[in-house]
Design a protein around this ligand. Structure first.
Ligand SMILES: *[C@@H]1O[C@H](CO)[C@@H](O)[C@H](O)[C@H]1NC(C)=O
Ligand SMILES: *[C@@H]1O[C@H](CO)[C@@H](O)[C@H](O)[C@H]1NC(C)=O
Length: 305
C-alpha cells in the first residue's frame, strides 16, 4: 500500500469511527465525567434571524449544506484547470497545484508548524470535549465541524470561554478537492455561520479535512479570509480507538519529537474518550510552552476580533 493510500485509508477510518464511537460512548461519559451540566442533551440554539434573512433557510442543514451565493465570493476567480478528485486519488494532480495531501505542498500563506511543539484538536466539539476542557491547563486550538458546533452549542461556548482558539474544519468533514466550487463555498460558509451564531466569532484559521487541499480549494478559502493550517507531527491518536496504538506509544512519539526539535504542530482529535485521554497526557508533557495556532504566527485569533 502506498503511503498516500494508507494515509487516506486511516483518515476515513478515523472519521467514521469518530461519529459512531462518540455516539455510542456518550452515555458512558455522562456517568463518568465530573462535568455534568453540559453533557445533558441541550436543545440547539434557535436558528438566528439574520441567517434566515441571509440564506432563506429556517434551520441548520444536514451533512450536505446548500450553497448560498455571496457578494464577496467570486467563483469566476477560481482556477478551472485543477481537476476534481476522489479521496486519496492524486492522478492528474500536478505539483504546481500545490496539494498538501498529494505532495505535502504548503503555500506561502499556509501554516504547517509552530516555533514550540503545540497540540491541535480536530473534529469536535464532541461529548468528550468537556473532559478535555476540564484537564487542559494551557490554551490550545480546536478545528471544529460546523455541524457539531450546532449540535453541541454549549460545549462550543465553553471552549471559547476557556480561552482556546476556535477554527473551522468545514461544516461536515468534507473532502474538499472532490467538491464543486459551490459545494466548497457551502462547506466553508455554513461552518463560519455556525461559529458566528454560536459564539460571535468569525474564524481566521481553517484545517481542510484529511489535509486535502489544492490551489482551487485555496482560492475559495482565501476569499473567506481563511488561513489553511496543516501539521508536521501526526499523533495517529485515532488508532487508540481500536487499540492498534497505545497511549504509551503516543507518549513515546512526543518524547522523541521533543528531542528532535523545539517546534511542531501536532495533529490530535477531541472526538473519543481515548483520544481525549491521550490529549490530556500530551498536554501535561508539553507544559506551558505550547501555543495556539494564532500565537504560532503571532497574529490575530479571529477575523472579527
Ligand atoms: C455574524 O453575526 C452577526 C449577527 O450577530 C451578523 O450581523 C454578521 O453579518 C455575521 N458575520 C458573518 C461573517 O457571518
Ligand atoms: C497518562 O496520564 C495518567 C494520569 O496522569 C497517568 O496515570 C498515566 O501513566 C499516563 N500515561 C502515560 C502513558 O504516560
Amino acid at each position: 500500500m502506498t503511503r498516500l493510500a494508507f494515509f487516506v485509508l486511516i483518515a476515513i477510518t478515523a472519521s467514521a469511527a469518530d461519529i459512531t464511537t462518540a455516539r455510542a460512548a456518550a452515555a458512558v461519559v455522562a456517568v463518568n465525567s465530573p462535568l455534568q451540566a453540559p453533557l445533558a442533551p441541550s436543545p440547539s440554539d434557535p436558528f438566528p434571524l439574520w441567517l434566515q434573512e441571509l440564506t432563506g433557510q429556517t434551520r441548520w442543514p444536514g451533512e450536505t449544506p446548500p450553497y448560498i451565493p455571496m457578494p464577496n465570493i467570486d467563483l469566476s476567480q477560481v482556477p478551472n484547470e485543477i481537476p476534481r478528485r476522489d479521496l486519496g486519488v492524486c492522478q492528474g494532480i500536478e505539483r504546481s497545484h500545490c496539494s498538501f495531501d498529494c505532495y505535502r505542498c504548503v503555500a506561502v500563506d499556509d501554516i504547517s508548524t509552530c516555533p514550540t511543539l503545540s497540540q491541535t484538536f480536530d473534529d469536535g466539539p464532541s461529548m468528550h470535549t468537556p473532559k478535555l476542557l476540564m484537564e487542559l491547563e494551557y490554551k490550545t486550538t480546536f478545528f471544529t465541524q460546523g455541524i457539531n458546533v450546532v449540535r453541541y452549542p454549549d460545549i462550543f461556548r465553553q471552549q471559547h470561554m476557556a480561552g482556546h482558539l476556535l477554527a473551522t474544519h468545514t461544516w461536515s468533514h468534507a473532502h474538499l478537492p472532490g467538491l464543486s466550487n459551490e459545494d466548497i463555498v457551502a462547506q466553508l460558509q455554513w461552518s463560519i455561520w455556525a461559529m458566528n451564531a454560536t459564539a460571535g466569532i468569525v474564524p481566521k484559521y481553517f484545517r481542510p479535512p484529511y489535509g486535502a487541499i489544492d490551489d482551487r480549494v485555496r482560492s475559495i478559502s482565501r476569499q473567506f479570509g481563511l488561513v489553511a493550517v496543516f501539521w508536521d507531527r501526526d499523533s495517529y491518536d485515532w488508532r487508540l480507538n481500536d487499540d492498534s496504538k497505545l497511549v504509551e506509544e503516543v507518549v513515546k512519539d512526543i518524547v522523541s519529537w521533543k528531542q528532535e526539535s523545539q517546534g511542531g504542530l501536532i495533529l490530535e482529535h477531541d472526538s473519543t474518550v481515548k483520544t481525549v485521554n491521550a490529549g490530556i497526557n500530551v498536554s501535561r508533557m508539553l507544559g506551558p510552552s505550547q501555543l495556539t495556532v494564532a500565537e504560532c504566527i503571532n497574529s490575530n485569533w479571529y477575523q472579527n476580533q
